[in-house]
Design a binder for this molecule. Structure first.
Ligand code: BGC
Length: 744
């Protein structure tokens, strides 16, 4: 009997009876494998370990893992990359009884070999095609290195810049976040899973991780279900609709139930209401973390809670591998749950083509070809340019002329190399030669008649001003000063919450010292999150927010500084004036005592010492040219359900340079059965306009754009009065009323 099983499996796994096997659907194939599996082997598929070795060292430091692979007790590994390494481990899996291939997962958050701008920066481009392309390149490079699966995109809405992981998402808005979630899933997964340039994407962290109280990472989340459905779930739904292969649950509890053990989220919503067919992986150790949460008394109870709630794979907590079999034997865990989880995981392995050829992602030529692919760098540079946001440009200080005689380039980040890569990026040994520093980028642009002077001024976190004198001296010799300041790459990311998000150290004092020279000052701010820099905002002549831009950072910065690219980025998140204003976001509710303006503080909802609005609002970003909005019209003042209204607006480039504007459409529901936001983004479009050119843009309103979750969590629209807004950011808008009348 054992032998016949063995033969049957081998035939199935390796396609020896290919013609027969190919006629079977994946579901049938999965079932035939499942029938052969012991309970331990099934639980093995639900188990994932970290790779845990050095690239040049032994395969793994933990012999137990190798042994478990050979015994079919491991379904997946993370942080295992490179054709050679993945092949070695896959060979081990091929010596297991059923030869079920391993899945290799990795955090490819913004690039693999080629590092792209951090996700929040990419979101500032509002350019869905560019964002999809960036994910496409990342997927292609990773797939060529033996990776099957990225733990991205992170689609968590983030309204709190103290939270370090704000850098990993698409900012504060559910609509923008949803469109970007979709673009990233499509980018990573390519035409279809199974292509050797496609990897599985993973929508994370399900759910509401971005709302950690106080912006402190891993903290609790307490929110109404309406807010969950209206604000935090839409990007997950968009990822699911785009066909995302997997979901990751999260570290936080949601209203007292850890997301990892949350049956409402995973069983009722994701697998029930949304009919998600992929699988759910836990976050790192999050099954076991239900013990310190005080939600499970030990690993066994944690395994029970997680598996009951619909978490299919246990990343690194070993709760499943240690406890699930006993829980099944004791009748506490239904074997159907195990089968369902394993079916989901095996389905993805089949879809990836790993049962046909477990080594299909282990091709050395492909790996080499993607390793230093110039086309990928070109796409990166394009993405980086589009991510930069022009926050200020008094008297058209920018763009600089390439013939400027003397430019002083000052600051701790000017000659930075690895800082440009940001958090969640890989350090390759040759990075210092590959990554274009801002200094190299700018130098590459200047003609032979120009001089570029340098002074560091201070370090990123320095408290000493000892370097200021040299910086001032250098500034005095220049026609214009470009200062580059900001955060170090490890200041914003996972577990990098900060209560103080002002620019670190004495950097703003350096700005003050240089402004004191009377020279025109351009400031570049490189950071992973919205930071606070009020002195700079008030006194610098021009400010470019350059985030962490990736491998070609220096080139992109130089392109924008000298006008080879006219900046087009728009903030995907509000920038606060100070921490006390957080959370500050554009789509807030109106109160019963709204303030009329900044000085209106008398018994209204306002701070007595601070305006309500942020320093820079959501959607904000300037251009070297100017766009004027006019002639906002509606095809009709009202419509009925089933009908539509078309709005049109004329956008004119009144400046002297070609530019790209992101035209943003917002709606407000004036009266609702629940209080509604003062504005919600419902659409946007990018228009490239030549100097003097006008374009008429249109936007269609239907009831889908008016839906929201009411107090019974029904996704409804209500007849009544609305306002439509259009503009280049969420504050500076033209508006027009319309109404929805009842009945068809
Ligand atoms: C993070 C996840 C990540 C995982 C694996 C966790 O700490 O929260 O986003 O995918 O580690 O590296």
């Amino acid at each position: 009997m054992k032998n016949s099983h063995w033969f049957l499996t081998s035939a199935l796994v390796f396609g020896m009876h290919a013609s027969h096997a190919q006629r079977k659907t994946i579901a049938q194939k999965v079932d035939s494998v499942l029938r052969l599996m012991t309970l331990d082997e099934k639980i093995g598929q639900m188990n994932q370990y970290n790779g845990d070795w050095e690239a040049t060292g032994p395969i793994t430091r933990d012999g137990d893992k190798q042994d478990q692979i050979r015994r079919g007790r491991l379904g997946s590994m993370l942080n295992v990359t490179g054709v050679e390494h993945t092949r070695q481990l896959q060979e081990m899996a091929m010596s297991s009884r059923l030869k079920i291939p391993l899945l290799f997962g990795q955090d490819i958050i913004h690039g693999y070999r080629t590092t792209f701008p951090i996700p929040l920066a990419e979101a500032a481009s509002w350019d869905l095609e560019a964002i999809q392309n960036a994910a496409r390149v990342a997927g292609r490079e990773a797939a060529a290195a033996g990776v099957h699966w990225t733990f991205a995109p992170m689609v968590d809405i983030a309204r709190d810049p103290r939270w370090g992981r704000v850098m990993e998402g698409a900012g504060e808005d559910p609509y923008l976040g949803s469109t970007i979630a979709r673009a990233r899933v499509l980018g990573f997964q390519g035409k279809k899973l199974g292509d050797t340039d496609a990897i599985m994407a993973c929508a994370k962290h399900f759910a509401a991780y971005g709302a950690a109280i106080g912006g402190r990472d891993y903290n609790s989340v307490d929110m109404s279900l309406r807010t969950l459905w209206d604000i935090y779930l839409p990007p997950f739904k968009a990822a699911e609709e785009a066909g995302v292969a997997t979901f990751m649950n999260s570290f936080n509890d949601l209203n007292g139930i850890p997301a990892t053990g949350n049956a409402y989220l995973q069983r009722d919503v994701l697998k029930g209401k949304w009919k998600f067919k992929g699988f759910v992986v836990s976050d790192w150790g999050s099954v076991g973390e239900m013990i310190p949460h005080g939600y499970a008394k030990d690993h066994k109870e944690a395994a029970l809670e997680a598996v009951s709630a619909g978490c299919d794979m246990d990343m690194e907590s070993r709760s499943y591998i240690v406890s699930l079999a006993a829980l099944v034997r004791e009748g506490k865990v239904k074997v159907e749950w195990i089968d369902d989880a394993v079916r989901r995981i095996l389905t993805k392995k089949f879809e990836l083509g790993l049962f046909d050829d477990p080594f299909r992602f282990c091709n050395v030529q492909r790996e080499r070809q993607q390793w230093n692919n110039p086309e990928n760098l070109r796409i990166e540079e394009d993405m980086a340019k589009k991510s930069i946001v022009l926050l200020k440009n008094d008297h058209q200080l920018l763009p600089l002329s390439k013939d400027t005689k003397t430019i002083a380039f000052i600051g701790p980040l000017v000659k930075s190399v690895r800082e440009n890569l940001g958090f969640w990026s890989y350090d390759w040994a040759d990075d210092s030669a590959r990554v274009i520093s801002p200094w190299d980028g700018v130098q590459g642009k200047l003609g032979s008649g120009s001089r570029l002077l340098y002074a560091r001024g201070c370090g990123i976190t320095d408290t000493s001003t000892a370097g200021f004198a040299e910086a001032i001296d250098v500034a005095r010799q220049a026609d214009v000063v470009v200062l580059e300041i900001g955060e170090a790459r490890d200041m914003t990311g996972e577990a990098k919450s900060r209560s103080n998000i002002h620019l670190p150290g004495v950097q703003e004092e350096l700005v003050r010292a240089i402004v004191g020279t009377g020279k025109p000052v351009v400031v570049l701010i490189s950071a992973g999150r919205p930071t606070i820099f009020n002195y700079t905002a008030d006194h610098a002549g021009a400010i470019l927010y350059t985030w962490w831009l990736g491998t070609e950072a220096g080139k992109a910065i130089a392109d924008v500084l000298f006008g080879d690219y006219n900046p087009s980025g728009k903030l995907p998140i509000s920038f606060p004036r100070t921490e006390g204003q957080i959370p500050v976001y554009y789509n807030h509710f109106s109160t019963g005592r709204p303030a009329r303006n900044d000085s209106d503080v008398n018994y209204v909802s306002a701070y007595t010492d601070l305006p309500n609005d942020p320093r820079y609002p959501f959607g904000y970003g300037l251009s070297y040219t100017r766009f004027v909005y006019s002639d906002l019209r509606l095809s009709a003042p009202s419509f009925k359900p089933g009908g539509t209204i078309t709005a049109t607006v004329t956008v004119t480039n009144t400046g002297s340079l070609e530019g790209r504007e992101t035209v943003q459409w917002y709606i407000r529901d004036m009266v609702g059965s629940v209080v509604r936001p003062v504005k919600e983004l419902k659409g946007f479009e990018q228009a490239v306009l030549k100097a003097g050119e006008s374009k008429k843009l249109s936007f269609t309103i239907d009831v889908e754009k008016l839906r929201f979750y009411n107090d019974k969590l029904q996704h409804i629209y209500e007849p009544g009065e609305f306002r439509l807004f259009v503009g280049g950011d969420s504050q500076n808008v033209n508006e027009i009323p319309f109404s929805l009348t009842a009945g068809r």
